[in-house]
Ligand binder design. Structure first.
Ligand code: NI
Length: 163
């Protein structure tokens, strides 16, 4: 199990770099990330959240397969947007509605080093966008208006100080 990097850690604001090669190290990291995500009841996790600043994230939403995205790129997003409550393993106990495109097309590489592209909608599209944001140093609270963001950060700090 890996430690999850939480709000306040500067690494969460950094831009992750491309995964240079698909080797055993990446395979092992991905397996450890799945264990860590499941243990924390998450549905998505980016490598930066376990302290690795590389462009890799995983998802596993209900009624879907476990998925690995390496060096992902958004190809297109729908004009149609929706609001949905998000949370993040790096900001425990804090949730807020975030407005995002409802559908998207993404391309990425899998663990075998093969490129793929896929369409996603609803929850999967949301998780993919949330995790892609992590690779660019963006948290879901950064997408809220500044006052709302500040309220949530205060709430989070209170949760942390209350233990
Ligand atoms: Ni997150």
């Amino acid at each position: 199990m890996l430690n999850i990097v939480t709000l306040g850690d500067e690494r969460l604001k950094k831009h992750s770099i491309l995964v240079p090669e698909f080797d055993g190290e990446i395979q092992t990291l991905t397996e450890q990330m799945f264990e860590t995500m499941y243990a924390n009841k998450g549905i998505g996790l980016a490598a930066v959240q376990v302290g690795k600043l590389i462009r890799l994230f995983i998802t596993h939403i209900p009624n879907d397969a476990a998925r690995v995205f390496i060096n992902p790129e958004l190809v297109e997003t729908s004009l149609e947007q929706g609001a949905f409550e998000e949370g993040c393993l790096s900001i425990p106990e804090v949730n807020a509605d975030v407005l995002r495109p409802q559908q998207l097309k993404v391309q990425a590489w899998n663990l075998k080093g093969r490129p793929f592209s896929m369409d996603a909608d609803d929850l999967l599209a949301r998780v993919i966008q949330h995790e892609l944001d992590h690779l660019n140093g963006v948290l879901f609270i950064d997408r809220l208006d500044p006052k709302k963001r500040e309220r949530l950060v205060k709430r989070y700090e209170k949760v942390i100080s209350d233990g």
